[in-house]
Ligand binder design. Structure first.
Ligand SMILES: [Zn+2]
Length: 68
């Protein structure tokens, strides 16, 4: 059995306290980034509500049903 991929990812800035984007888990733009952390759906939604931009490649906002 393979471990399931994370459902959502949060990409942090150079300063780890800064969140720069929200991604769907497995988004190819950040797959190799060590700055991404796995988060729950609730945490991903929370970040979007805090004006964290959604990745324009994987569109986590539409995947979450989040319409600004
Ligand atoms: Zn993405």
């Amino acid at each position: 059995m393979r471990p399931s991929p994370p459902e959502w990812l949060i990409e942090r800035g150079l300063q780890k306290t800064t969140i720069v984007a929200v991604h769907v888990g497995g988004c190819w733009t950040v797959r190799k980034s060590s700055r991404c952390i796995e988060v729950s759906q609730a945490q991903a939604l929370h970040a979007l509500r805090q004006q964290v931009p959604a990745c324009t490649r994987c569109r986590p906002d539409s995947a979450l049903g989040f319409l600004a």
